[in-house]
Ligand binder design. Structure first.
Ligand code: SF4
Length: 351
């Protein structure tokens, strides 16, 4: 099962009801109702060190390097196995290669608050819940369905927990009021996700994500509103966004936007990511394809020497821009088995 291949990712439960189409866009995207039995994925079920919650399955932003595509395939395959999808529906909800539907058939977890109410009883005090580990909780669907906002409204009644949100969308600034309330009795870390300040490069790699400037403006709004927010630079793409100039520009932008922290991590090339990412890499950076294929031939994680060199580079930039190196959510991933060969050299000279 895909879950065994990707133990870092959450598992969502399909509903007891057949899917209902809630809306459809001109370009063909459909929004489908999903009523999950539970919404909080435990650390044990995902292999992550925290609980996770994803208000949607699938993501219209369609980043080529996205590791979450398998979660969509898993929901569709389970629904088909349970007889809730005909073969024709299965073909449509899965897509020709198993990755396209993640961007065009978005499952909306309606009535999420009832399941959340029961799930919260399982979370011990002091533990961390991260929203948006396998979808963007503020993707375009959220503007209409407001599932993430409903979740936050319920969570503001919690006390003594730690919450993280990961998003590329400026729509998160809409919920600044709730985040401030959430922070009154809990620890909160908002991660605005940005891999490059270069809008043209972002568009090559992320089909429909908000432009970098809009994300940085949202970061500024959150920080000005008193929310503990920073930047997450993940994945850093070897040979594309890992040079000193590129990372330095991101750190400078983070500082200018008032970020409280910056975290960064190298690409993990899971099996489910390769089919989507390598053709995009071949289209825009053909010279890099053989290097990626060699470096990630036997494992999903970046080569150990590369990861260490990147950490040193990031740490030097943290010091330069006055950010503290406190552990963030990205650092709480359980370490993947990494190879020792150094197939991917960092661009530019090492710090
Ligand atoms: S925004 Fe996040 S969840 Fe959505 S496609 Fe991009 S990486 Fe995946």
């Amino acid at each position: 099962m895909a879950n065994r291949q990707l133990p870092l990712l959450p598992v969502d439960q399909p509903s007891g009801c057949p899917p209902v189409i809630l809306d459809e866009r001109l370009r063909g995207t459909r929004f489908v109702s999903l009523t999950p039995n539970r919404v909080l994925n435990s650390p044990k079920s995902t292999g992550m060190d925290y609980w996770s919650l994803n208000p949607y399955v699938g993501c219209e932003f369609g980043c080529s390097y996205c590791y979450a595509r398998y979660t969509h395939r898993y929901v569709v395959e389970r629904a088909h196995d349970a007889g809730k999808l005909t073969d024709a529906e299965f073909a449509d909800y899965r897509g020709a290669h198993g990755w396209e539907a993640f961007e065009k058939r978005i499952f909306v977890k309606e009535h999420v608050v009832g399941a959340l109410e029961a799930d919260l009883k399982r979370v011990p005090l002091g533990q961390c819940i991260v929203i948006g580990t396998a979808t963007d909780p503020y993707q375009p669907a959220e503007r209409r369905f407001r599932i993430t906002r409903a979740v936050l409204q319920r969570l503001t009644r919690c006390e003594g927990l730690s919450f993280g949100i990961i998003t590329k969308s400026p729509l998160i600034a809409r919920d600044c009021d709730l985040l401030v309330r959430l922070q009154e009795r809990n620890e909160v870390q908002i991660h605005i996700s940005l891999i490059t300040h270069d809008a043209k490069l972002a568009r090559k790699l992320e089909a429909r994500s908000p432009v970098p400037a809009a994300r940085l403006r949202a970061l500024r709004k959150l920080v000005d509103g008193g929310v503990n927010a920073g930047l997450i630079v993940a994945p850093v793409l070897p040979g594309i966004t890992d040079d000193v100039a590129h990372l330095d520009a991101l750190f400078a932008a983070a500082r200018d936007a008032g970020a409280r922290f910056v975290h960064a991590g190298a690409l993990r090339l899971y099996a489910a990511v390769r089919d989507r990412f390598l053709p995009v890499l071949g289209e825009h950076f053909p010279d890099l394809v053989p290097r990626y294929q060699r470096a990630y031939a036997r494992q999903a994680g970046a080569p150990q020497e590369y990861a260490r060199a990147l950490s040193r580079r990031v740490e030097k930039l943290r010091r330069k821009y006055g950010f503290k190196n406190h552990p963030g959510m990205i650092d709480r991933y359980r370490p993947a088995k990494m190879p020792v060969q150094g197939e991917l050299e960092l661009r530019g000279s090492l710090p």
